[in-house]
Design a protein around this ligand. Structure first.
Ligand SMILES: [Zn+2]
Length: 330
């Protein structure tokens, strides 16, 4: 009788496990994905010189046969190699778009200064191949509650023929890049392959979370635009990132494809929160569903990094439950 009970429990366990696997498999849906890289060109990083980074990004996209991506540029007066590096991206078939000249935060500067920075970037970028009048606000900050300032900038962008360079998937790739940089600065060993595995799974999971939210909001999966930065982390992990996205069933598509999705309708460009496009639509529709944004929480990311043994090389047992304490010792 006992034996029968054990077999029964085992049978039920297997059935439940299969059901859960299927449920998870169904939940992850294939999406069309655009990669966008902000703040190009960034200076030398913790691992690569700026020029080297540009070549690695171009090479990875070429070797993987990926669709064109878009670089939201801050040319910073075109000093140094800045314009040359942006030209290289354009010549390789990738789009260049406007992210202001010097990355001001509309939360802390007046509309005039902000507009001047947009115009300065435009003057520098206009002659580059594949330049498009797509605009992404630094920090995705559209002026917040300062209604008049926000409206002045929106009016300028509309008159000047810009489209909103919105995102549907925000990521904290910059935070992971900073964490590796910190580890490198402390002289700690960097297990690059392990960091890359961690990072790729974070991005794949972020897309899944945003896509679930999009489906609850729109009843379908839109063309996703993923916000990344032109940093060392992305240059080093891009081949694995592209593989990881494809293994998850996603297809990389050109930024132009995103602009043909109904959520890119220009009416949303005038919305107060046009840049975080899904949140703008959700606010407008009083959507009750919530976005699971755990990967936009630096404490959560630290906990996961500690658990993966990436910070402080997993040296201290307390790192797994107290990132703060760990930080004091590492
Ligand atoms: Zn930026």
């Amino acid at each position: 009788m006992d034996r029968l009970r054990i077999e029964y429990v085992r049978f039920v366990t297997v059935v439940v496990a299969i059901f859960l696997t299927q449920a998870v498999a169904v939940r992850v849906q294939a999406a069309k994905v655009v990669l966008s890289f902000d703040d190009a060109p960034l200076p030398d990083g913790w691992s690569l010189a700026g020029n080297e980074r540009t070549e690695r990004l171009i090479e990875a996209l070429k070797v993987k046969g990926a669709s064109p991506v878009v670089f939201y540029a801050t040319p910073r007066d075109g000093t140094g190699q800045n314009l040359e590096r942006l030209r290289r991206y354009g010549e390789a078939g990738h789009f260049i778009a406007n992210h202001t000249n010097d990355h001001p935060d509309l939360g802390s500067v007046e509309a005039e200064e902000f507009i001047e920075s947009i115009a300065n970037a435009d003057a520098l970028l206009a002659s580059l191949p594949k330049y498009k009048k797509w605009f992404r606000y630094p920090y995705l900050n559209e002026g917040g509650g300062a209604e008049e300032k926000a409206l002045l900038v929106k009016a300028y962008l509309k008159e000047s023929g810009y489209r909103s360079g919105y995102v549907t998937v925000e990521t904290f790739d910059w935070y992971i890049d900073r964490r590796i940089s910190d580890e490198a600065a402390k002289g700690n060993a960097i297990d690059e392959a392990a960091w890359i595995r961690f990072y790729v799974s974070m991005i794949v999971e972020s897309i899944e979370l945003y896509d679930n939210f999009a489906v609850s909001l729109l009843g379908r999966s839109p063309v996703h635009v993923v916000l990344l930065h032109e940093n060392d982390l992305n240059a080093l992990s891009l081949p694995e990132l592209i593989d990881g996205l494809r293994e998850a069933g996603h297809t990389l598509v050109s930024p132009e494809t995103a602009f043909s999705d109904p959520i890119a309708d220009a009416k949303w460009d005038q919305h107060r929160f046009s840049q975080r496009r899904l949140l703008a639509i959700a606010a407008e529709r009083d959507h009750a569903g919530k976005l699971d944004s755990r990967w936009l929480d630096t404490d959560y990311i630290d906990q996961r990094l500690q658990a993966a043994g990436l910070l402080c090389q997993g040296e201290y047992f307390f790192c797994a439950w107290s990132p703060w304490l760990c930080e004091q010792f590492c």
